[in-house]
Design a protein around this ligand. Structure first.
Ligand code: SAH
Length: 354
């Protein structure tokens, strides 16, 4: 049975060393394996021709190298690609490749489905199916890189990674951080933490834990409303950790940033719900009174989807919102929606098969 075999993806260098030692193989074989799997992004032992044939055979009998299967790929008119994958036990995983002029971005999932019930997000409708393992998190990146650039080939300008696919990354904290550690290894994928952004809906205790890490990715917090009454309605997680607690955590995190570093608030603009001049003023006031200085805002126009009641803000309102924030001294960026036509944009991931 495939699930009985030992999985190699998601194992750290030291864990690989242990596995190889137990098989009576020398340490350098473990390092070779680390390079083959994460650096050369090979997906079968047969391709690892630098290993003796006998060892390759033994490995393929005892170890499960890959576990995700790409079920379908959808390509948007704007070049964005959505990969619908499946875990070995049948759960959906979605990963999105977003080409940009300079540096491409891969948006990966941390969970299959999501337990949070954000009212404007389609992924919420799936509920939580299960946490992804560190291996499944990394495998998404390997599959997409190989598909887009060719097996083992470098991305021309490197890649940014964002944990903004299905799931709440901070509810799968340990697996996520293990995956990040492996991804950043220079003999492997070599995607440094500075190129990775984790987005959380506001799991406050984890923001404090995250703040204590030395080498960590960038942080984005999905805010979307600047008062508890509205945020409770849009993002029920707010009832557990209301805005004041979230701002205190954000402040603690901010204090650990180095010179020049910033973190992000994401604000999904929902037509006539949270996009008025008063809402902009309220957001600016919240940031001011929380004493936050190293923050920028990503304004995300709502991506509509069947079954979601919200509509996108009028583009004029989006522009005005940004201008209003600027007048209060707050930098914001309007995120261009990508891949809407293939259900690949923020909040649209719901494992749609067509
Ligand atoms: N659970 C994490 C990671 C998901 S990131 C989080 O909430 O941060 C996905 C981002 O897309 C979040 O900022 C979320 O608020 C936003 N989003 C959800 N539904 C959306 C929609 N329909 N249109 C635009 N953005 C949406």
């Amino acid at each position: 049975m495939m699930t009985d075999r030992l999985h190699i993806l998601g194992k750290k260098r030291s864990e690989l060393a242990q596995i190889f030692a137990e098989m009576g193989e020398p340490r350098f074989r473990a390092d070779q394996m680390f390079r083959s799997v994460y650096g050369r992004r090979l997906r079968s032992f047969d391709e690892m021709t630098d290993l003796p044939k006998g060892l390759r055979k033994k490995l393929s009998e005892e170890i499960q190298l890959c576990s995700l299967i790409v079920e379908s790929t959808f390509i948007s008119l704007d070049g964005t690609r959505r990969f619908l994958m499946r875990t070995h036990d049948g759960y959906p995983v979605e990963t999105v490749f977003i080409p940009t002029e300079n540096r491409d971005t891969i948006c990966f999932s941390s969970q299959s489905g999501c337990p949070l019930k954000c009212d404007f997000c389609l992924t919420a409708r799936l509920g939580l199916l299960r946490n992804l393992t560190a291996g499944e998190i990394i495998e998404q990146i390997i599959i997409v890189l190989n598909d887009v650039y060719g097996v083992g080939k470098e991305a021309p300008h490197g890649t940014n990674l964002v944990a903004m696919g299905e799931g709440e990354p901070f509810l799968n904290f340990e697996n996520l951080l293990n995956a990040v550690e492996i991804m950043s290894d220079e003999t492997g994928l070599h995607i440094v933490p500075g190129r990775i952004t984790i987005s959380t809906a506001g799991i406050v205790p984890k923001i404090y834990e995250f703040a204590e890490l030395d080498r960590r990715p960038n942080l984005a917090i999905s805010l979307t409303a600047a008062n508890d009454e509205l945020r409770n309605r849009l993002m029920p997680i707010n009832k557990r950790w209301p805005i004041k607690e979230l701002m205190d955590a954000a402040k603690t995190f901010e204090q650990t940033l180095k010179r020049g570093e910033r973190f992000t608030f994401e604000y999904v603009l929902l037509g006539d719900v949270n996009d008025s001049a008063e809402h902009a003023a309220e957001l600016a006031e919240l940031i001011r009174k929380s004493g936050l200085q190293k923050v920028k805002i990503n304004l995300i126009p709502h991506n509509p989807a069947e079954g979601l009641e919200y509509s996108p803000s009028d583009p004029q309102h989006v522009k005005r919102f940004k201008k209003d924030l600027a007048s209060y001294g707050i930098d914001s960026y309007i995120r261009t929606p990508r891949g809407r036509d293939i259900y690949a944009a923020c909040g649209q991931l719901a494992a749609k098969a067509a």
